[in-house]
Write a protein that binds this ligand. Sequence first.
Ligand SMILES: [Cu+2]
Length: 173
Amino acid sequence: MKTHRMGAVAIFVAALAVLTGCTNPVTNSEPTVTVTDAWVRAVPDLAEGDMTGVFMTIANSGTEDVYVTGGTDTTGLTETPLEAHEVVADASGEMVMQLAEGGILVPAGGSVQLMPGGFHIMYWNLTKPIAVGDTITLTLNLSDGTTIDVNAIAMTLDGGTEKYVPANGGMEH
Ligand SMILES: [Cu+2]
């Protein structure tokens, strides 16, 4: 009787292994979230409290939506965690930036553009200037628990004006 039951358990375990083997997606080493055309607004003459924004295109070839929830500077430009920001109209119609609640959506099978006047990765409290042409590095945190390393080249705002819509004059990035 005892051996019989053990046999049944063995068969069950084997069946489970086959089942999970069938239902598990094939492990894909290709990253599904990719960043292109990353740049940062240069701050060549650093003043107290200066900040900047990082812009890029983020694409998601996966089947699940992903959110960029923030990041970490890996260049030594700030001690402050990087924030995922959006620009919205406040109650009086003024364009203001704020934390993107839940992060910046990178839709499954789609992409999102971070640009001046819109979504951006926020650098607060710069401790070093960023010269035009410098490359900075940062790591973005994604809602699926993964991270993505980004190299961004420093440009003036004029260098990336194609899609820039001035937001009430006050926006510096
Ligand atoms: Cu911001």
